[in-house]
Design a protein around this ligand. Structure first.
Ligand SMILES: Nc1ncnc2c1ncn2[C@@H]1O[C@H](COP(=O)(O)OP(=O)(O)OP(=O)(O)O)[C@@H](O)[C@H]1O
Ligand SMILES: [Mg+2]
Length: 151
């Protein structure tokens, strides 16, 4: 039996905020379809930088990032989203002045026809958010904000 091809494959990734200071120096990661992978490490180790490089927010200096065998390096955001890449930032992850409902509506802007169904699914997944749908997202707790960001 051959192993399934990886869904996400990061090879020899060198990435960082400035060309002279690479934060990731030859990072490798392989994630199969349906697999959940957690990256652990001390504060400042480069976990968020890895995720930001995958999401196109930190320049890739060398190496490759592939989703289903296709390179995603340099793709514009809408194409990344189309390829199935989504990113929940650690901080500043919601629109604080908008309501919970409005945050979710912005998240689904690219697929308006599916919006009511998808928002319904998110309220089913996070019942707390359904109750808080009219509240300004800036009034939520840290964990509740993370729920909005994931949704
Ligand atoms: N915007 C930035 N500009 C320059 N350097 C940055 C920037 N963000 C992070 N760094 C640096 O990159 C390194 C890795 O930071 P990163 O945020 O990836 O760590 P982390 O593993 O996610 O840490 P934590 O567990 O604290 O979230 C650190 O030395 C940090 O100072
Ligand atoms: Mg981090």
């Amino acid at each position: 039996m051959t192993a399934a091809a990886p869904h996400l494959e990061v090879r020899d990734l060198v990435a960082g905020y400035t060309p002279d200071v690479p934060i990731l120096r030859g990072m490798n990661l392989s994630v199969r379809t349906g697999e959940i992978v957690t990256v652990l490490g001390p504060n400042g180790a480069g976990k968020s930088t890895l995720i930001k490089a995958i999401a196109g927010l930190v320049p890739v200096r060398s190496g490759s990032i592939q989703v289903r065998g296709q390179s995603i390096v340099g793709l514009p955001t809408h194409k990344l989203v189309g390829a199935g890449v989504a990113y929940v930032p650690q901080v500043d992850n919601i629109f604080t002045r908008l309501s919970v409902q409005e945050n979710l509506e912005i998240g689904g802007m690219a697929t308006p026809a599916e919006l009511p169904q998808r928002i319904g699914e998110m309220y089913a997944l996070f019942p707390d958010l359904a109750r808080l749908r009219r509240l300004a997202a800036g009034k939520l707790s840290g964990g509740q904000r993370q729920m909005v960001a994931v949704a």
